[in-house]
Design a protein. Structure first.
Length: 242
């Protein structure tokens, strides 16, 4: 019997172990995706500098952004889970694990490549043209525009974290956990995904300098990509050989 660090579920004598630390690490690494973080800082910064929004207004808009990201990504994750579960019904699990694992390693290599050779082709990020349109929503600075912004950012950033999220969904689909357990894991994963956004909102509300935060985000972007890339490679190798 594993203690605390693993959740084991056996259904009719069958089941797989789901690593709680692994899901935790995946959720946190997915959460440091610079796409959503950068847009969050830009949105709140625009509200503070150009619209002089008070803290209460920043809190409402910030929470609306975070909640929309949370719900959108949760629905996407459950969709991935349903898709992978359907495939697992007719495909050999070992073959699927090798396919998903290889894709994760490839995606991780692209992320790591962006750290050292950012100008080379092939990227996992929001297209430049799409970013310009998202910035137009930021300038509107309205509640509906914030909801739409968060929804679109989540959709457009999904390709950045697609291999990691699908890999996690694949692990959960083979876990033998009942549906309520799977949903609980996805809720936990998505909480970790938005946790950096919650921290950023808190820092801004407590008066942290926006210019310093934007500079930090710019400097930390390559480290975010490196961490995500290394985790993708590690999880991909683990999944491929499991």
């Amino acid at each position: 019997m594993e203690i605390c660090t693993r959740v084991a579920c056996y259904l009719e004598g069958k089941g797989r172990l789901v690593s709680f630390p692994l899901v935790t690490l995946a959720g946190l690494s997915d959460g440091i995706n610079p796409c959503a973080i950068g847009m969050m800082i830009m949105l709140l910064g625009y509200l503070v500098v150009f619209h002089r929004k008070e803290k209460k207004q920043l809190l409402v808009i910030g929470l609306a952004y975070i909640l929309t990201v949370f719900i959108t990504y949760l629905v996407i994750g459950l969709g991935f889970y349903r898709f992978v579960s359907e495939i697992n019904l007719w495909a050999t699990k070992s073959i699927l694990n090798k396919i998903f694992g290889s894709l994760m390693v490839l995606a991780g290599a692209v992320q790591i490549k962006d750290v050292f050779w950012p100008d080379s082709p092939l990227h996992l990020r929001i297209p430049v043209a799409a970013k310009e349109k998202l910035q137009g929503l930021i300038r509107k600075a309205s509640f509906p525009a914030t909801i739409l912004l968060a929804f679109l950012v989540t959709l457009l950033e999904t390709p950045c974290s697609l291999p990691l999220y699908v890999g996690t969904a694949n692990i959960l689909s083979q876990s033998g956990l009942p549906l309520i357990g799977v949903v609980a894991y996805f809720l936990y994963y998505n909480f970790l995904f938005v946790l950096p956004l919650i921290i950023i909102l808190g820092l801004i509300l407590f008066g942290y300098n926006l210019t310093s935060m934007k500079e930090w985000e710019h400097k930390a972007e390559k480290w975010m990509k490196l961490i995500m890339g290394l985790l993708l490679v590690g999880m991909g190798v683990w999944l491929a050989i499991s």
